[in-house]
Design a protein around this ligand. Structure first.
Ligand SMILES: Cc1cc2nc3c(=O)[nH]c(=O)nc-3n(C[C@H](O)[C@H](O)[C@H](O)COP(=O)(O)OP(=O)(O)OC[C@H]3O[C@@H](n4cnc5c(N)ncnc54)[C@H](O)[C@@H]3O)c2cc1C
Ligand SMILES: *[C@@H]1O[C@H](CO)[C@@H](O)[C@H](O)[C@H]1NC(C)=O
Ligand SMILES: *[C@@H]1O[C@H](CO)[C@@H](O)[C@H](O)[C@H]1NC(C)=O
Ligand SMILES: *[C@@H]1O[C@H](CO)[C@@H](O)[C@H](O)[C@H]1NC(C)=O
Ligand SMILES: *[C@@H]1O[C@H](CO)[C@@H](O)[C@H](O)[C@H]1NC(C)=O
Length: 578
């Protein structure tokens, strides 16, 4: 009797003092039950390079396998392959536990290098389990399991998130990557809207479709569907839900501006349609409020455009010729406002250095005339420059030649920081000069930098998204980044994060009332609510609380964030002041 009651007491105390259940405390029978509820589609999160390792840490499943390892080695930095797997992230730091340096990585510069494979393969921040979603009820089962057992739940699509939102140690993931399918409806009317609603050219796709699929679909159907800088990004996932820019977004708007409808399962358990006629609060919140926060999108309908020719430019500058860089950046800051008004979008690369520009609004003759001063500057006034201008027949031929020509890192670690540069900076000669100067010295501060001329200036503000209002008052989203290999340790990473914050600081000072792009921001962004959403934050928070009353979804610096001390963030590096 006495023995029994003290056992019960210990059990009761244990329950009271444990904030969240760990995967290990959930009985196997519960997982088996969940697996049967979701039709046998419960999967383990297995580190991508697992087959290359003889030694593994706790909880790692799978086995060493030479043939499977060879496949991983051959595909180690292949974006579309990385995106298709469950236990894999495009940027490897989110597979690792950064605070303890536990990982399961190869040398991305030479994937057959035996040194990393002699170590221990650890689970890191890869979810222990994932539900391979096919039906809305799979999502509901995930939320119910999380609520019952206290295990944190995350939403994973392609695994592109730069802030680690689509994974986490000891998590169960709702994995939407296999929800495919694309349809075109040239006279789309949002579900439940009056018949008198003006129909739109709509393309509907599953949550797991990637831009590569959409670019091909658009081409086959004589459409243009603007993409971002990498075709493995998810057009229904974090990209439109957090903003979504691309080289054509000056004219066509952010991906969030183009969403017409979403089919969503909320943590509260509703399976609903959100559009301009129903669940309008959720519709607004999920167009800019960030992924993994309000619910799980199963399907999304986006505005599409007729196929179009693209006036495209690629130029490079020789940085070793004294004065070249400053001259180039001064020219770009002086002309940025005119370029935006004429419908140009561009990626300006201080670290190449060079520029890629695109325009679908001007005729070829107008585009040539508009570009003549820049061409003259590069070809006749700056030795060592190159210049190329073509009229691409369609988006599909334009994309690889001008967008992914400078590839974004896939298959290794990369972290970013961002600042939106307001129109007002470009209207002031002294601030333009400061910006040009800062652009010239940025390569000494950050190994990678891009001024994305992608703010939806030409498109304008429809006041119906929840992205930071700063987006609609800006011309540039300026981003800096750094990359690293498998052998960087916690101390190196601490320095990299803090150096990147330092690199973006001059731009924060230049535009103190602006904001940052949440999908490509400093992981340790100061004043993040203001920075990502400005005046939209309080309304976003109330919508979050309405659709997720038990706070089942939480991610780092997302609307309603629990803060860095919550156990699920134990793999983030502890940075002073955070
Ligand atoms: C190589 C690379 C290139 C990039 N280029 C660009 C670019 O050009 N322009 C740009 O704007 N951004 C770009 N990004 C950033 C990109 O927009 C974000 O990483 C975005 O969050 C990716 O969304 P995802 O669904 O593909 O990725 P995931 O990592 O799978 O998901 C990202 C976030 O969305 C949530 N989420 C995913 N799917 C759903 C869903 N169905 N329902 C609810 N929540 C969901 C996740 O929980 C997570 O919070 C790039 C990123 C990388 C790594
Ligand atoms: C779930 O069930 C399926 C079908 O029985 C099985 O193949 C799979 O391995 C199970 N998943 C887990 C995580 O045990
Ligand atoms: C990669 O590593 C293997 C094994 O150490 C070595 O034989 C090979 O020369 C390396 N390749 C390169 C390009 O460094
Ligand atoms: C070349 O640069 C000089 C000085 O910066 C300027 O006066 C001149 O107009 C430029 N010429 C061209 C063709 O851009
Ligand atoms: C961080 O910046 C300092 C000062 O510029 C530099 O010495 C150091 O090498 C940088 N660290 C990393 C990891 O890049």
């Amino acid at each position: 009797m006495v023995f029994l009651s003290s056992t019960w007491l210990i059990l009761a105390l244990y329950t009271l003092t444990t904030s969240a259940a760990s995967v290990a405390t959930i009985p196997q029978s519960a997982w088996t039950q969940l697996n049967s509820t979701v039709g046998g589609r419960l999967v383990r999160g297995i580190p991508y390079a697992r087959p290359c390792f003889a030694r593994v840490g706790p909880g790692v499943s799978g086995s060493k396998n030479g043939a499977a390892c060879a496949v991983v080695q051959a595909d180690y930095v292949n974006n579309l392959d990385l995106t298709a797997q469950f236990g894999t992230y495009i940027n490897t730091q989110w597979e690792t536990c950064q605070s303890t340096n536990e990982k399961c990585l190869l040398d991305y510069k030479n994937s057959t290098n035996p040194v990393p494979m002699e170590g221990v393969c650890s689970q890191g921040s890869i979810p222990d389990y994932g539900i391979n979603v096919v039906n809305p009820s799979d999502v509901t089962a995930g939320f119910q399991f999380s609520k019952k057992w206290g295990i944190p739940v995350v939403v994973k699509n392609t695994g592109h998130d730069y802030k680690g939102h689509s994974g986490g140690p000891g998590t169960l993931a709702i994995w939407v990557g296999n929800i495919k399918g694309i349809t075109h409806n040239p006279v789309f009317i949002p579900t439940g809207c009056p018949k008198s609603t003006t129909p739109k050219n709509g393309v509907t796709f599953g949550a797991g479709v990637v831009y590569n699929d959409l670019v091909n679909f658009a081409d086959a159907n004589k459409l243009t569907i603007p993409a971002g800088g990498d075709v493995s990004v998810g057009p229904a996932g974090g990209y439109p839900q957090g903003g979504g820019h691309g080289m054509l977004s000056n004219v066509f708007g952010l991906a969030a501006d183009r969403v017409l409808e979403m089919e969503v399962v909320t943590p509260r358990g509703d399976h609903l349609i959100a559009n301009e006629c129903q669940n309008t609060d959720l519709f607004w919140a999920m167009r800019g409020g960030g992924g993994g926060t309000f619910g799980v999108v199963l399907k999304l309908t986006s505005l599409a455009f007729p196929a179009t020719q693209v006036n495209a430019v690629f130029g490079t500058v020789d940085p070793t010729v004294p004065g070249n860089l400053l001259k180039f950046f001064q020219f770009m800051t002086d002309n940025a406002l005119d370029y935006a008004k004429q419908g140009w979008g561009y990626y300006l690369y201080p670290s190449l250095p060079g520029i890629a520009l695109a325009n679908t609004i001007l005729s070829p003759a107008e585009a040539k005339a508009s570009m003549a001063p820049l061409m003259n500057l590069l070809m006749h006034n700056m030795t060592g420059s190159t210049w190329e201008m073509t009229l691409e027949p369609n988006y599909k031929t334009y994309y690889p030649k001008y967008v992914t020509r400078v590839p974004v890192p896939n298959g290794f670690a990369m972290t970013t920081a961002s600042r939106l540069i307001p129109v007002s900076v470009f209207e002031s000669a002294s601030q333009r000069a400061q910006l040009a100067q800062a652009m010239t010295s940025i390569k000494d501060e950050a190994p990678v930098a891009i001024a994305f001329g992608v703010a939806p200036f030409y498109h304008g503000n429809n006041h119906d998204t929840s992205v930071s209002p700063a987006w609609y008052d800006s011309l540039w989203h300026l981003a800096v980044a750094d990359t690293w290999n498998y052998d960087a340790d916690t101390k190196d990473l601490t320095e990299i994060y803090s150096n990147l914050s330092t690199a973006i600081d001059p731009f924060r000072k230049l535009a103190p009332n602006s904001g940052a792009y949440l999908n490509e921001a400093d992981v340790y962004e100061p004043d993040w609510q203001q920075s990502f959403w400005g005046e939209n934050y309080p309304r976003l928070l109330s919508i979050k609380n309405k659709y997720d009353p038990d706070h089942l979804l939480d991610c780092w610096q997302c609307v309603g964030w629990l803060g860095p001390k919550d156990d699920r963030y134990k793999c983030y590096i502890h940075i002073e002041g955070y």
